[in-house]
Ligand binder design. Structure first.
Ligand SMILES: [Zn+2]
Length: 424
């Protein structure tokens, strides 16, 4: 979201949300945060260690091995992936010498066919969203954790495929004396699970909760993230008598009351966005009207774990709209729109030509109306007029917006596109 002090808010979040910390949660269970983009959970069993998620790179997983060695000399024999995102699996290869079983769940929904034909654009948009080609200063933070190892010269991804893939809703296993329940729970991904350790009342929730407004939609582009199912998963998590909830990013929740309070607010904030979007859609409001009007209620907006530093409400509303109704907003004007160039040429004629538009863009930039400036730039770019100066002005506008954007993903996207426009 755009805020006057958006950049400073993001800096404040990054400084406090995932400081390097190893926490002994309860007997033999440790939460490790801030040493990689994602967290890892160490469970000391009778003769071995069970590891939940593995950090994002081999070099960082080597550091995790040292952290484990300081706790126990027992080898890591079991790895559990909370979901398939690479930042949670990229360090697994570092444990190949001892690991005997790697457990994961299959996605609950099929992946769209021919997705691989989009590899180029998905790679580009991922790099833009995560700021892979930006400097540390430009990035501030990679959203909900420190930058991934592979972009800062701290190792490479070392994937090891799972040896056990479950399709069930729920699986109970006793592994080396530890009773574990794996529960399928759609959230950020369709293969997400949470892990319940009933003896210690610890629940490892993967990315179904982390301490900021969730990425209900990813700018990099992905299949629809089912927000209704995500809320159901949070209800399922809330139905367990957890005293400790250990997320895949940001800090653990410690204490029964804290768990209930934080997860309930987190769940209700998402529910508010879904409910308001569906209600507005049902009344016939358009995607743009809804995206610009739906906000978190004040009681949620000010909570430190619901800041819009990763996902945002506005992009979530747009995603829900298209997820349920598709691209058509119901306005027949949009059934057969003028091609962008034709529309832009006519608009430029109407508003007094290129020179007048460039004057207005410069005025908007000096009046801190960067969004209006970049929208006018798009008219010139679509009309293919004054391209060189317009690219420079649009880059200025995007950089101005990057200072206002609270979401790390949005910030990266603005800066990466500005650099692309300038040919850097
Ligand atoms: Zn994650």
């Amino acid at each position: 979201m755009l805020k006057e002090n958006g950049e400073q808010m993001l800096k404040n979040f990054a400084e406090t949300a995932f400081q390097p910390t190893i926490t002994e949660i309860t007997n033999g269970i440790y939460h490790v945060m801030g040493y990689a983009h994602s967290n890892s959970i160490i469970i000391e069993a009778e003769k071995s260690v069970i590891l939940i998620d593995t950090f994002d790179s081999d070099a960082r997983a080597e550091k995790l091995k040292k952290i484990i060695a300081d706790i126990t000399k027992k080898p890591v024999k079991t790895i559990i992936y909370t979901h398939g995102h690479p930042d949670h699996r990229g360090g697994a290869g570092a444990f190949n010498d001892t690991v005997e079983e790697i457990i994961a769940f299959a996605p609950k929904k099929p992946i769209l066919g021919r997705m691989n034909e989009l590899n180029d654009i998905l790679d580009k948009r991922s790099a833009f969203q995560f700021g892979y080609h930006l400097s540390d200063e430009e990035v501030i933070t990679q959203g909900i954790g420190i930058r991934e190892g592979l972009v800062v010269g701290d190792g490479k991804r070392a994937f090891t495929p799972p040896t056990t893939i479950y399709k069930e809703e729920k699986v109970s296993r006793t592994i080396d004396g530890i009773l574990l329940e794996f529960v399928s729970a759609i959230g950020e991904t369709d293969d997400t699970i949470f892990i319940w350790l009933s003896d210690s009342k610890v629940l490892c929730c993967g990315d179904n909760y982390y301490g900021c407004f969730p990425n209900l939609y990813a700018l990099r582009g992905s299949q629809y993230r089912d927000v209704s199912a995500w809320i159901d998963s949070l209800d399922l998590i809330l139905s367990y008598p957890a005293k400790f909830v250990l997320p895949g990013h940001t800090k653990p929740l410690i204490g029964r009351n804290k768990v209930q309070e934080v997860l309930s607010n987190f769940r209700n904030a998402i529910d508010h966005v879904l409910t308001e979007t569906l209600r507005g859609m049902n009344k016939g409001l358009t995607i743009d009207e809804l995206a610009s009007s739906i906000k978190l209620p004040e009681k949620y907006a000010h909570l430190p774990y619901l800041g819009e530093f990763y996902g945002t409400v506005e992009w979530s509303v747009r995603s829900i709209y298209t997820g349920y109704l598709g691209w058509f907003d119901g306005n027949p004007t949009n059934l057969n729109k003028l091609p962008p160039k034709e529309h832009a040429v006519k608009m430029l004629e109407l508003i007094g030509g290129e020179a007048n538009t460039i004057k207005e863009i410069k005025k908007a930039l000096s009046n801190q109306e960067a969004q209006w400036a970049v929208e006018l730039c798009d008219l010139l770019l679509s009309a293919e007029r004054e391209i060189k100066i317009t690219k420079k002005l649009k880059a200025d506008g995007l950089m101005a917006l990057s200072k206002l954007e609270t979401s790390a993903n949005g910030r990266h996207y603005y800066i990466a596109c500005a650099k692309e426009l300038l040919g850097n």
